[in-house]
Design a protein. Sequence first.
Length: 165
Amino acid sequence: MRRLLTIAMSVVFATTALAQEMHEGKHDSATAHSMGKSASLEAATRTIEVSMLETEDGRMVFEPGLIEVQPGETVRFAISNVGLIEHEFVFDTPAEIIAHKDEMMMDAAHDMAHDSDNAITLQPGEDGELAWTFTDAGVFEFACLIPGHYEAGMFGPLVVRPTMM
Ligand SMILES: [Cu+2]
């Protein structure tokens, strides 16, 4: 009985440690994402321009609505908030996007701004840029996680795949 309890306890500890590690990893900008890592702007070989805005019919969108890059490519995202309210551009795995979205919703009162290598928050009329080296092929997601904006349409697929020759 005592032995079983010991095993059960170590499982709990191991699980807690893992959860903690994962949680810390999520907020540690130095941690490499499976989709790649932060890069210097000078290292970028291509610029992708992205606009964030509200539409007349009440939606909020990114233009373009789809971003495609190649594995190994370092791109510079030139982001413009051409809307009338604050927006952000963040990209991650779909699971991380959902997790962050829930966090932002819960922390709405605290006005939690993203401040990591894969996110940028811009005021109306503001421009910003960030660079990223994509590694593995896969389907990721870019979004604005200010509460309500994702639901209004601010998300799109970020596809990393080799170009067909
Ligand atoms: Cu937004």
